[in-house]
Design a protein around this ligand. Structure first.
Ligand code: CP
Length: 298
């Protein structure tokens, strides 16, 4: 996200808004006619992988999917650089998800076509941030936003990217987590240096009545070096219908999904639940990113 100015982010969001009727299937588009988008996912994904696929197809493009890593030559020991060099000969754009921090930046050195980061390790998930910003703009407001991010703020890459982006809009941020999963101090320090109001707490009850958006995250089991540590913190924070009785009527609950048990099912039917619509907004946002990156929209 650090590659983007606020004006550039707004431009992506505006483009997504224009493409939303295509994402909903209400209008047709051939913007990506003749273009091939490669999906290279070295980590599990439902939303990012499929919404990129839907985005490309709704715009008339075709999709090349590496599929399971087990079925590829990665299993014969082919390194990421060579895989990227080859796939960039087969396609017009690559989307990469990889478990290693910095893998997307590294892969960008070896590709001859544009490459979009679909999530690298615990560092960044920029296309998720674009759809989070789009959701907030559509369902709440970006200007003067009071947001709480809660859950695994240590390993959750979506909140790291989101903090930086929201700082460009001057959002007031509260970080809610157990001490073991606090937002990295470097991120808090940078935000404070930018004069962003930042508060840290362990209690959802304490802040629920004073925010516009609650952004919940899953505790990232797969990134814990010690499973015992995961067991200690996995159930520390939970959003329930009871908790939301103290919320402002317009509060929106977001979650990048998948959820485990940090949002109870009774929240789904409340007007606060926004996470399934948020997952849909991944389609227009990824349409905009594909079209702008390939250069069929300027
Ligand atoms: N939000 C998100 O990245 O979901 P997936 O892991 O299913 O892609």
């Amino acid at each position: 996200m650090k590659d983007f100015s606020r004006e550039e982010i707004d431009y992506v969001l505006d483009t997504a808004e224009k493409l939303e009727p295509v994402a909903r299937g209400e209008k047709r588009s051939r913007l990506l006619d003749g273009k091939i988008v490669s999906l290279l996912f070295f980590e599990p994904s439902t939303r990012t992988r499929l919404s990129f696929e839907v985005a490309a197809r709704r715009l008339g493009g075709q999709v090349l999917n590496l599929g399971s890593v087990e079925a590829s030559s990665v299993m014969k020991g082919e390194n990421l650089a060579d895989t990227i060099r080859v796939i960039s000969k087969y396609s017009d754009l690559i989307v990469l998800r990889h478990p290693l921090d910095g893998s997307a930046r590294m892969a960008a050195e070896f590709t001859s076509v544009p490459l979009i980061n679909g999530g690298d390790g615990s560092i960044n998930h920029p296309t998720q941030t674009f759809l989070d910003l789009y959701t907030i703009r559509r369902e709440s407001h970006l200007e003067g936003l009071k947001i709480a991010m809660a859950g695994d703020l240590k390993y959750g890459r979506t909140v790291h990217s989101l903090c930086h982006a929201l700082s460009l809009y001057g959002a007031e941020m509260t970080f809610v987590s157990p001490p073991e999963l606090r937002m990295p101090s470097e991120i808090v320090r940078v935000l404070r240096k930018q004069n962003i109001r930042v508060k840290e707490t362990e209690s959802l009850e304490e802040i629920i009545g004073d925010i516009d958006v609650l952004y919940m995250t899953r505790v990232q089991k797969e990134r814990f070096p010690d499973p015992v540590e995961y067991e200690k913190v996995k159930n520390k924070l939970k959003v329930t219908g009871d908790l939301l009785k103290a919320a402002a009527p317009g509060l929106k609950v977001l979650h990048p999904l998948p959820r485990v048990n940090e949002i109870s099912p009774d929240v789904d039917e409340t007007p606060h639940a926004c996470y399934f619509e948020q997952a849909f907004y991944g389609v227009p946002i990824r349409m905009a990113l594909l079209a702008l990156t390939i250069g069929v929209i300027e």
